[in-house]
Design a protein around this ligand. Structure first.
Ligand code: NAP
Length: 557
């Protein structure tokens, strides 16, 4: 194996090239280094952390319990790191990842400011050639994609965008430390990011317009500081906590109740929902009676329960009504965890603008012009426009690289009607490319560190197999791909989530409102996914075509 070079020395050839130095890429790097592999990470950003490096908007935090959103591989690391909040904010999570990188000496193996723009497979010598922005190239035997699911922000196609003289920013691109205190702000979008930024800045801004298309369901996050004593108690239970998360469908601490809502009286249901609503994290969404996310009638009743909470919390009935989603039930899209979001709309400096009734006409030099109909317009005078408009999710990070496989096929073309993968990890005609975080993978819908551990651990074992058996070419079989996509469709169809317009079903910038949904995530549950991956190792990879290095026509010297 070639020697791993330092930060400044750029290798021109490497065995394993990981794209992305976020939660997944860092762990994969660590695991491959542990087995002595020749590995390098490249990242387009100037620092590590991926999602947590980029999302610096006020209020950004996760809705996984902090102690479940961490690596479990090192007891020392678990002993050393104290979480400050039950749901850590972006700066704390970024510090954690930096701490991990320093502790395990990962930085020398990462090249920053290196955006891959093209990856081309050579069937002659079974190597990928990667081209970076600026023209530099690297060759790799195996390419491992860890670019994240939500790393290509969607700026809406609105007339005049770019003409505004104030600050126009996506939540993902928020300028570090930018302070909106005393400013006139518009936030477009009320998904998880919008809900967080709106809540966080409401008190300090001079005025805020919240521009909403469809409303999104939210539930209280229940965030609080973690005391020293609580941290000690949590640490004692880490083994138990990780073991529990391994058995839950999405790797969260919450697990759907085996009891059906129809097994209990309405009184009991309401009492239970009240407890969940006032509890912590995604309990109401992920830890509820399981029929609430599978059957329309229980879902309707739960949705009405949450709608009533919104009516109680928002003073103006008309505003409350606008904030109650009409196009989907509670939990049919990812629910946003909130901390005072609804009360924001009781403030005199905040106005909700219903884009369904009055769409944006254009962005002007001084703000946003709203179309009131009948040739009438309203001008919102602004200092800042925030696009909380989501992402070209899951496939976007792959699409933006020109990926060329066997017989010059482009991944983008192969996936023009939607992605198809072999176990969410490989794509036929793209040998030696492993997508660790991508479509139809169990990692895509999970509590991220838990989900990626399964895939990375599989990949690491597979790398050992590759070394031991001198495998030079590793490709997902087309028949296995067809089987996997059918399985994913079947599993996903059991959940009401598969019926909504959300990024889980590919309804991002790729699709117009009426296009066919795409199979983006795997909702069959982490334990099932983990078992399926393990079967491959146990049975010598029946879903993949493996070739010995010596078969390559012109092995690289
Ligand atoms: P999102 O959930 O996709 O929400 C995007 C919002 O922008 C929606 O309200 C959408 O309205 C609106 N929008 C999109 N295009 C628009 C347009 N042209 N005009 C007006 N409005 C438009 O994106 P997100 O909030 O960034 O969240 C994405 C995912 O990131 C979440 O599902 C979650 O997985 C993750 N996330 C998690 C956390 C957390 O852990 N707490 C925080 C932030 C993000 P429509 O619904 O009408 O399309």
């Amino acid at each position: 194996m070639a020697q791993v070079s330092g930060e400044t020395e750029r290798t021109s050839e490497v065995d394993y090239l990981i794209i992305g130095a976020g939660v997944c890429g860092l762990y994969q790097l660590h695991q491959l280094l542990e087995i002595g592999a020749d590995v390098r990470v490249v990242d387009a950003n100037a620092g590590l952390g991926g999602t947590w490096y980029k999302n610096r908007y006020p209020g950004c935090r996760f809705d996984s319990e902090s102690y479940t959103y961490q690596y479990s591989f090192s007891q020392e690391l678990l002993d050393e790191w104290d979480w400050k909040e039950k749901f850590a904010a972006q700066p704390e999570t970024l510090s954690y990842l930096e701490y991990v990188a320093d502790k395990f000496d990962l930085r020398p193996h990462i090249t920053f400011n290196a955006r891959v723009v093209r990856a081309e497979w050579s069937e002659d010598d079974w190597r990928w050639t990667l081209t970076f922005e600026g023209g530099r190239t690297t060759r790799a035997k195996f390419v491992l994609g860890a670019m994240g699911l939500l790393s290509v922000p969607t700026y809406p196609r609105i007339a005049g965008r770019g003409a505004f003289r104030g600050l126009e920013t996506h939540t993902f691109d928020w300028p570090e430390g930018y302070d909106v205190t005393g400013k006139r702000v518009a936030v477009i979008g009320t998904g998880s990011s919008g809900v967080q930024v709106i809540t966080d800045i409401a008190d300090g801004v001079e005025s805020m317009y919240v521009l909403q298309r469809d409303a999104n369901w939210c539930a209280p996050l229940g965030n609080a500081p973690i005391s020293t004593e609580e941290m000690r108690e949590l640490r004692e239970k880490y083994d138990e906590i990780f073991a529990w998360c391994r058995e839950t469908p999405a790797g969260f601490i919450h697990r759907p109740d085996r009891t059906l809502s129809t097994d209990v009286t309405r009184e009991e249901r309401l009492r239970h929902w009240e407890e969940l609503y006032n509890g912590q994290g995604a309990g109401l969404y992920m830890g509820n009676y399981r029929d609430c996310i599978m059957e329309p009638e229980p879902n309707r009743e739960l949705s009405e329960f949450v709608a009533e909470k919104i009516r109680e919390r928002v003073s103006a009935p008309g505003v409350a009504d606008l904030l109650i989603p009409k196009d989907h039930g509670f939990g049919m899209k990812r629910v946003a965890g909130e901390s005072g979001f609804y009360e924001v709309f009781n403030k005199s400096n905040v106005e909700l603008v219903d884009l369904m009734d009055h769409p944006i006409h254009e962005v002007t030099e001084t703000g946003i012009r709203i179309d009131l109909g009948s040739g009438e317009f309203r001008d919102l005078e602004l200092d800042v426009i925030v696009y909380a408009t989501g992402f070209d999710a899951v496939t976007g990070p792959l699409d933006r690289i020109e990926i060329i496989g066997v017989d010059d096929v482009r991944l983008k073309d192969q996936w023009k009607d939607g992605p198809e993968t072999c176990l969410g990890i490989q794509v036929s005609s793209f040998p030696n490319l492993f997508v660790l975080v991508g479509p139809q993978s169990g990692s895509a819908s999970a509590n991220f560190p838990r989900g990626i551990e399964d895939v990375v651990n599989w990949m690491t074992q597979t790398a050992l197999y590759i070394e031991k058996h001198e495998i030079g070419r590793f490709e997902g079989r087309r028949d296995a791909e067809i089987e996997w996509v059918a399985h994913v469709r079947e599993m996903n169809s059991k959940l009401l989530m598969s019926q909504t317009r959300s990024w889980f079903n590919g309804h991002n910038i790729n699709l117009d409102r009426d296009d066919n949904p795409r199979v983006m995530v795997y909702l069959g549950g982490a334990p099932r996914y983990r078992r399926r991956l393990a079967e491959e190792i146990e049975n010598d990879y029946p879903s993949f075509l493996l070739s010995h290095s010596s078969v390559s026509a012109a092995p690289s010297t």
